[in-house]
Design a binder for this molecule. Sequence first.
Ligand code: PEP
Length: 251
Amino acid sequence: MRRLVIAGNWKMNKTPSETKAFLEALKPVVAGKDNCDIVCCVPATNLAIAVETAKGSNIKIGAQNVHFAKSGAYTGETSADMLVDLGVEYVIIGHSERRQYFAETDETVNARVKAALEAGLKVILCVGELEKERDQGITAEILGKQTKVDLLDVTAEQMKNVIIAYEPVWAIGTGKTATNEQADEACGVVRAVVAELYGKRVADETIVQYGGSMNAKNCADLLKCENVDGGLIGGASLKTEDFGIIVDAAQ
Ligand code: PEP
């Protein structure tokens, strides 16, 4: 049995003081809900207060990006060691917004994944097709290419710390959710690629989340899908009540 992971991607939302207030409010909502892992991926400025506020609770804190170099002349960037030193446990890598607005490629995503794993972080690696790619019938090829290049030189042992989030780009922030069948099928494709790379045992143990307009209403059905091991949630992770309902559905 794979453990479900419910992760919120706050994107560029909430100040440090709003982060503290939100997590204080979320703690009692999710207390004792230990049948899934709960992660809040907050903006870089909020990581320290988030780690501090979540201490002693079942909420884990993640970042939304990490640089691939250990240190150096990369103005504005954050290294994996900096995140680990803060007490951050997870990092989202390769989110479609990073690929779209910040020119990230599968090659830079792969470099970030390796740097994060080497530093001891757990990675939430995002893959997903564009709407025109789905319309063209090449979703499986796109997911295969992204998964293979993004995981190049990642070992089977390191895969224990890799979660893959299948996020169809057309469903992110649009209110257009993949159907249960589409989500299950695509998460299954990702798992099959992991099996091709690392064998069935690793594939069976790898957590593959669905992300893309998951919310309090559609989460229960999506989370029932055989290949869907949790969610990466944007908009609905910003409200304690909605996020709490999604955590409940994962129980
Ligand atoms: C995301 O940001 O990864 C995401 C899935 O966003 P939303 O839930 O708002 O579609």
